[in-house]
Design a protein around this ligand. Structure first.
Ligand code: CA
Ligand code: CA
Length: 87
């Protein structure tokens, strides 16, 4: 795990990616379920946008650089594998 990722985790208050405290990072649509198809849909809807754009979603900007890029998708895919809270 890279240093930047740990900085990100600390910024999110996450010592453990599985901890409840981390859920906001994976719950993009705010329904309380992490990493579901709906969360990925929100991410994809915001993909390619930057802060200020109508479709920008702050929760989809996982690395906090104010734009939603493939780097954010990499983080989403790594820390919020699809189907997280889905039953
Ligand atoms: Ca959700
Ligand atoms: Ca970003």
């Amino acid at each position: 795990m890279g240093k930047m990722v740990w900085v990100l985790m600390l910024a999110l208050g996450c010592a453990d990616v599985a901890a409840a405290a981390c859920s906001p990072a994976c719950d993009l649509n705010g329904d309380g379920l992490r990493a579901t198809v709906q969360d990925y849909a929100v991410f994809l809807g915001a993909f390619g946008t930057k802060q200020g754009d109508a479709k920008f979603v702050a929760a989809a900007d996982l690395d906090g650089n104010r734009s939603v890029t493939v780097a954010d998708f990499g983080l989403l895919n790594k820390f919020c594998p699809l189907g997280g809270d889905e039953k």
